[in-house]
Ligand binder design. Structure first.
Ligand SMILES: Nc1ncnc2c1ncn2[C@@H]1O[C@H](COP(=O)(O)OP(=O)(O)OP(=O)(O)O)[C@@H](O)[C@H]1O
Length: 244
């Protein structure tokens, strides 16, 4: 598979903490790659480097072959990477459609075209009936879907999704899984960070596991989660020994 995104030997240090160490992995065209690992493993730092919020200390990050490491967030958005945040913060007094239009303006200044695109997106999200509701009056889960829609309105080739089902009920999580699969069916490649294993297992074609900033495993999710190094990272050495 041709990669859309390639990280090679990427590292980032914050003072004494090596948040990401020599990470090399790629996302294929049309692939859903899960980035997993225990708390503090470096997942968000890796996201922030890809999205231009942090400059890597070393290494290259290529989008369709072009190095984007160290570029500004808006340049990376323009290049075709969209992202959702762990905490969704829509403009509370704007409606669903108006919030979606904000995403669209990253690509297109024409208000009419943008409104049409936002209306379509509200339907894609299953929120057509709520399109004129102010974001302040939405449930937390609807705000998450709105966050996803806003990122999609920037017309990304690659979407970075950070913990999209945090705090969701099981049925909401199931709805989000369906929605993410619909996003991929539009030809968008996806890199997803998620703690809910059921979601990672049902969405990811492959997973990459980070622990203390280092890549400790990668491959199909079912194979990777049973590897001793991964079990040790999540549950500790004792758990691995007790299974031996
Ligand atoms: N801006 C920062 N300044 C200093 N240290 C940071 C900063 N951002 C992250 N770190 C540290 O870098 C390490 C990796 O953090 P990061 O947030 O990337 O992990 P994570 O895998 O996303 O964790 P979680 O699953 O809890 O969100 C942690 O030790 C964290 O405390």
């Amino acid at each position: 598979m041709t990669p859309i995104l390639e990280l090679a030997n990427v590292s980032k240090r914050f003072g004494g903490i090596q948040a990401v160490k020599d990470a090399s992995f790629s996302v294929g065209q049309g692939e859903i790659l899960g980035l997993i690992g225990p708390n503090g493993a470096g997942k968000t730092t890796a996201f922030n480097m890809i999205a231009g919020f942090f400059k890597p200390d070393t290494g290259t990050i290529r989008l369709e072959g072009k190095d984007i490491a160290g570029k500004k967030p808006w340049e990376i958005c323009e290049a075709g990477i969209g992202r959702t945040f762990q905490l969704s913060k829509p403009f509370g007094d704007l409606t669903v459609v108006e919030n979606l239009m904000v995403g669209g303006f990253a690509r297109n200044r024409d208000r009419r075209v943008n409104r049409e695109k936002a209306e379509e997106m509200s339907a894609f999200l299953g929120m057509a009936a709520k399109r004129n509701i102010e974001a302040n009056n939405l449930t937390a889960f609807d705000r998450r879907k709105l966050e996803l829609g806003r990122a999609l309105c920037t017309e990304p080739k690659l979407l970075l999704m950070d913990e999209v089902v945090a705090g969701a009920t099981p049925s909401e999580a199931g709805e989000m899984v369906e929605l993410v699969l619909k996003v991929r069916a539009r030809g968008i490649s996806i890199l997803i960070v998620e703690h809910v294993m059921k979601v990672i297992m049902s969405l990811s074609d492959r997973v990459v596991v980070l622990d203390y900033g280092e890549m400790i495993a990668s491959g199909p999710p079912k194979e990777v989660v049973s590897q001793p190094a991964v079990l040790k990272a999540y549950f500790g050495e004792r758990y691995v020994q007790s299974r031996a």
